[in-house]
Design a protein around this ligand. Structure first.
Ligand SMILES: [Zn+2]
Length: 143
């Protein structure tokens, strides 16, 4: 009987050695994977191109802001929800911008007054759009 328990002990020991060596190997693989590729910067620092000073006004999907276009649909056909920005026609739809204080947003809209160095950021309510007012900000093109 003593020999039986002795064998069990050896089997258990070998089993634990195997499990721990697998764990160590996985840990090493993970560490190597984490450190070998070039580190990407934190979100928000991946902007390409220089930041540009722009006049950033705000709007909401209401009649006061959009007049006859107050149907909740942007000029691109996408619904006017989320972080959406109206940009001049030289900035294509789908361009991702980093607007300080607003966030990483996508160009999905146009506006009659939105030309040159102007942007219009979308808010869900008129009150929030009014609170934003007009700000002059360094805007970056993320992609
Ligand atoms: Zn409004």
């Amino acid at each position: 009987m003593n020999k039986f328990w002795h064998d069990i002990k050896i089997i258990v020991t070998v089993f634990f050695l195997m499990v721990s060596s697998v764990a160590v190997t996985l840990w090493i693989v993970r560490e190597v994977n984490v450190f070998s590729p070039p580190e990407l910067g934190p979100a928000g620092s991946q902007s390409v191109g220089p930041a540009q000073l722009m006049r950033v006004s705000a709007y909401c999907p209401c009649k006061k802001c959009c007049g006859k276009w107050a149907d909740g649909i942007t000029a691109s056909g996408k619904p006017a929800v989320g972080l959406i920005v109206a940009a001049p026609p030289n900035i294509p739809f789908g361009t991702i911008l980093d607007v300080p204080g607003y966030g990483i947003c996508a160009v999905w809209d146009r506006g009659g007054a939105i030309t040159g160095n102007r942007l219009d950021v979308l808010f869900p309510t008129h009150e929030q759009a009014k609170q934003w007012g007009v700000q002059y900000l360094m805007v970056k093109v993320v992609k």
